[in-house]
Design a protein around this ligand. Structure first.
Ligand code: ADP
Ligand code: MG
Length: 245
């Protein structure tokens, strides 16, 4: 589904990516792990088109998407959860989620002609999704009144509701309570069962190794190991990279 080939990106003297290579198979959960500053979020920024690489190639769904604009990449089917929260705190949960479904630029015309039928269908979809994680009672609550973990969960739903073929999640459970972590793990596994392909960055090793099919380990802008969670757990190079942090 996604192929990263020899990607390079530097910021001044810092080589954030120094020849990064890996692949993400269809209908899998792949975890990108590694110490702080390894270059994980930079990979996401390049794949989603927010930044351009100096060299290398990004192939998504057999199309070369290297250097395309973010809107184009998003329209090709890549939906991303950011490391920082980007919800509108003065809107309700439902309103925030409607924004994800209203991505098309036809919104203006729909509002003009009052085509509420479409909105009602979308509201149904939102209710259904909220039910999936037992948060339907939060539908009309302002997101600023939610806990951090609940906000993260709503944001995850927004990423999922955004029409896509491929999900990229940057630290979905950072700062989230153990109970909500479990919820999020369940949601991700359910999504995989439904045929979704997920690439996630996560610091919590327990969480990551519990749900990933494949783990890619980065250090200093390069991939230093790749394999099944069990192989990664016992890889001395990986342990050293983490101990050195
Ligand atoms: P990770 O997500 O693995 O913690 P990042 O990809 O965020 O790592 O960062 C990799 C390196 O690139 C770090 O040294 C970081 O300071 C640097 N870096 C990332 N983004 C920028 C930026 N926009 N400007 C300058 N340096 C950056
Ligand atoms: Mg990061």
């Amino acid at each position: 589904m996604l192929r990263i080939k020899n990607l390079k990106k530097h910021f001044g003297g810092v080589k954030a990516l120094d020849g990064c290579d890996f692949e993400v198979g269809q209908k899998t959960i792949t975890a990108l792990i590694g110490p702080n500053g390894a270059g994980k979020s930079t990979v996401f920024n390049l794949v989603s088109g927010i930044m351009k690489p100096e060299s290398g190639k990004i192939v998504f769904d057999n199309k070369d998407i290297t250097g395309l604009r973010p809107v184009k990449i998003s329209n090709l089917g890549i939906s991303r959860l950011f490391q920082q929260t980007k919800l509108f705190s003065n809107l309700t949960v439902k309103e925030n989620l409607l924004l994800a479904l209203d991505n098309e630029d036809t919104k203006f015309w729909k509002n003009l002609f009052g085509l509420n039928k479409i909105t009602r269908k979308k509201e149904g979809k939102i209710k259904e999704t909220l039910k999936l994680i037992g948060l339907e009672k939060f539908e009309n609550i302002l997101t600023r009144d939610l806990s951090y973990g609940q906000k993260r969960l709503i944001e995850l739903l927004r990423t999922i509701l955004n029409p896509h073929k491929f999900l990229m999640l940057d630290e979905p459970v950072a700062g989230v309570t153990p109970k909500l972590r479990e919820e999020i793990a369940k949601v991700l596994l359910k999504l995989k069962q439904q045929g979704e392909t997920i690439l996630l960055i996560e610091h919590d090793m327990g969480f990551t190794l519990g749900i990933a099919d494949e783990v890619v380990v980065m250090e200093k802008g390069k991939v230093i190991a790749q394999g099944k969670p069990d192989e990664i757990k016992n890889n001395p190079e990986v342990l050293e990279a983490y101990l050195g942090e």
